[in-house]
Design a protein around this ligand. Sequence first.
Ligand code: UMA
Ligand code: ADP
Length: 405
Amino acid sequence: MTAKTLVLGLGLSGKSVLDWGSRTGKVCVGIDDKILPQASFSWDEIERLVTSPGIPLSHPILQAAKEKNIPISNDVGIFLEEAQAPIIGITGSNGKSTTTDLIHQMLLAAGKKSLLGGNIGIPALDLLKEPIPDFYVLELSSFQLELIPSPKIEIGVLTNISPNHLDRHGTLQHYQAIKERVFMNASFAIVNQSVSFQSKVPGKLIRFSRAEPEAYKDFWPHRVQLMGKHNLENILAALAVVEILGLSRKAALKCLETYTGLLHRCRKVAEIEGVIWINDSKSTTSASTQAALAGIGPDLKGKVILIAGGQAKGASFESLIPAVQAQVKALLIFGQDQDQLWKDLHEVVEIYRVRDLIEAMHQAKKLANPGDAVLLSPACASWDMFRNYAHRGEVFEDQVKAWIS
Ligand code: UMA
Ligand code: ADP
């Protein structure tokens, strides 16, 4: 009987495992509760289970494998075993994707071959299809690290720690312990000054903090496109990597001059007549809109004109009240659940109901003064009027670009 790898979950990571299996001659069987619920296999032929990060460890298949002493891993675990170039791993509660992308861009700017992947949306195993680079830059989630007790990572970056995914990890302490794995075998650990560790740091510890203006007065804020103090921390973490590797700070800073951030996440699209237009279409919840307001509002000379609306998925917007009160001068609402937005926020801000996003933008243009920012951060899903959040963000960016061209 051929020994087989059982692949649980056939989303992005599961598919990358099947693909890796066919490239390397490993026989894999895929199962998925939604896509392929009927898949049949016999436990006797399974030598290893490779699960997907979104599947909790309490899943019956994972429990059964554990009882049968079948090794359990995930796509990132396999990647770390197979990768032939040093790995820079980035984890943390917030800012993972931005920091990961910044490090990747800075490596490229310094002339290094870098491949980017992991939780950011490019499955790690897909990177093995490319020629071996100088570095792999991997965003790692707690869901991915949970199944990798001792990851082989050369430079570990921990952006920050705040409670997240506790429904899955139980306690903040356990969640943090999982995150700290990122530097447990690393030669260098780059860690936010605000994090007090639980575990030992075997390599050289480098702390970054925005409490030391000397570290950033040569570039912040006059030479960067990214906005908000949280992004300053992400930049400091990325620059620490540049320094460790002995790469050119000048080239890294040059790269920051044009870096506008990841698509649809608090991305500065343009400044028109002193008004900054920001696309945060990825925000589909009040929590992320609140984070966007907290990140952007305090650094503005003026106020935020917020564009929100879409499908609320049953949520209320009351948690937005303090941030809206503090940062927003007008709120433009559209879409299926605009009544809920109006109900929760009309007492604290001036609200305008509009037909659609484009009308919201025209109205925002009229209301904005130099120093203000127009922020698309909908706090809602987009499916009532758009294909997805990316489509919504593209409509916004296209309109802004049409105004400047
Ligand atoms: N499934 C089951 N049974 C279950 C649950 C899910 O069979 O009980 C199946 C689903 O039907 C689906 C598949 O599992 O077909 C989905 O697997 P998944 O949720 O692990 O998602 P993937 O598409 O494999 O994407 C994963 C990461 N998803 C999660 O961690 C939830 C992606 O991170 C990552 O980009 C991708 O691998 C490539 O590495 C996304 C994410 O939301 C962006 N991450 C979380 C975050 O950032 O907070 C951790
Ligand atoms: P992640 O990948 O950890 O979700 P992202 O880089 O995609 O993080 O940023 C998502 C949102 O998290 C941003 O739009 C911003 O509101 C917030 N954020 C980003 N970086 C930080 C940081 N260093 N500290 C706190 N919040 C942050």
